[in-house]
Design a protein around this ligand. Structure first.
Ligand code: GLV
Ligand code: MG
Length: 331
């Protein structure tokens, strides 16, 4: 281990993250009843400018109307460059900070953005007699500037809990060519070398690539380096369950803890992909037992099912077992 010790952020289930427009309060109850691990009530881009003030009032009312304590609830505020943000923070926190776990900050560009919000939230917590640090931060990385400064951003506040890949705005910011939010692109392919088969037919193959691979990998590294949860963002074509699952599996393979759901139909898909399977949980338990036994016998590595496991395996196995416990508690 490094001599620099990074404290992990508060541990929460974050397999699915449901987006709910603040301008549609009729959807709040369904979101509250859903199996999403985290629900965020949105004041930002799903709300038209003319509806911003009404959406804020809806969100405050919605936070009081239901007992959110059995799930994690967040509010996405408007960006720091708008005329809405300060009132989003002041009004929502003054009226309902005790009901809220997190605020989600969009389009974070620099560590100073996080610092500014930290100062504002700290003052409100203090003025309201709330424990310092009650409100955690979810940060959306969705601009070229934010992606450039991602490491400083990740380490900018003790309130930081997670980094989210906002692929729609990221594509706009980097001018990536895309049609479906979070989808792939037929131009982003590798063509194998030109060869012919035994009959002289061209057998070049087309291999689709993932245009978001670099961005998401960078986000995973920055998040994990600072003890935060990396979370993949939206997938726009909510009729395409296979496409969503494939994107979620790629994100999970890289180390993400979850993915956004912009439609309730995507919640069970995310919950399934980001949960360890029963077989993985059993194996993790056996790894912990085997390593316990090895420690008692003064050995650092042992074989389990014909494969070497060592002290590094304990951490991975412990993560799986902890997640299984959280899932059981969530019911
Ligand atoms: C989310 O906010 C996105 O831009 O993808
Ligand atoms: Mg966005």
């Amino acid at each position: 281990m490094s001599f620099t010790i990074i404290e992990p952020a508060k541990s929460r289930l974050n397999r699915s993250q449901l987006a709910v427009p603040g301008s549609q309060p009729k959807l709040f109850e369904k979101a509250w009843q859903s199996t999403a691990d985290i629900v965020f009530l949105d004041l930002e881009d799903s709300v038209a400018p003319a509806d911003k003030v009404a959406a804020r009032a809806n969100v405050i009312q919605g936070l009081h109307a239901f007992d959110w304590s059995r799930k994690t609830v967040s509010v996405r505020i408007n960006g720091l460059d708008t005329a809405f943000m300060y009132r989003d923070v002041v009004e929502v926190l003054e009226a309902a900070a005790d009901k809220l776990d997190l605020i989600m900050i969009p389009k974070v560009g620099t560590a100073a953005d996080v610092y500014a919000l930290d100062m504002l939230v700290s003052q409100i917590e203090q003025a309201r007699g709330l424990p310092h640090g009650k409100i955690g931060f979810e940060l959306i990385i969705e601009t070229a500037l934010g992606m450039s400064n991602i490491h400083e951003i990740a380490g900018a506040s003790k309130r930081n809990e997670s980094l989210h890949f906002g692929v729609a705005d990221y594509a706009a910011s980097t001018r990536a060519r895309t049609t479906n939010v979070g989808g792939v692109n037929p131009d982003y392919v590798v063509l194998t070398d030109a060869t012919t088969d035994a009959h002289g037919r061209d057998n070049r193959e087309v291999h689709w690539g993932d245009p978001w691979h670099y961005a998401l990998s960078r986000l995973v590294v920055a998040a994990r380096a600072y003890g935060l949860r990396p979370v993949d963002g939206p997938f726009g074509d909510f009729g395409d369950a296979d496409g969503y699952q494939a994107a979620a599996r790629r994100a999970a393979a890289l180390g993400c803890e979850g993915k956004w759901a912009i439609h309730p139909g995507q919640i069970p898909l995310a919950n399934q992909v980001f949960a360890p399977s029963e077989a993985e949980i059993q194996r993790a338990r056996r790894i912990l037992e085997a390593m316990d036994q090895a420690a008692r016998e003064g050995r650092g590595a042992v074989a389990l099912d014909g494969r070497l496991i060592d002290i590094a395996s304990i951490k991975q196995a412990q993560t799986v077992v902890d997640k299984a416990r959280q899932m059981q508690q969530a019911g």
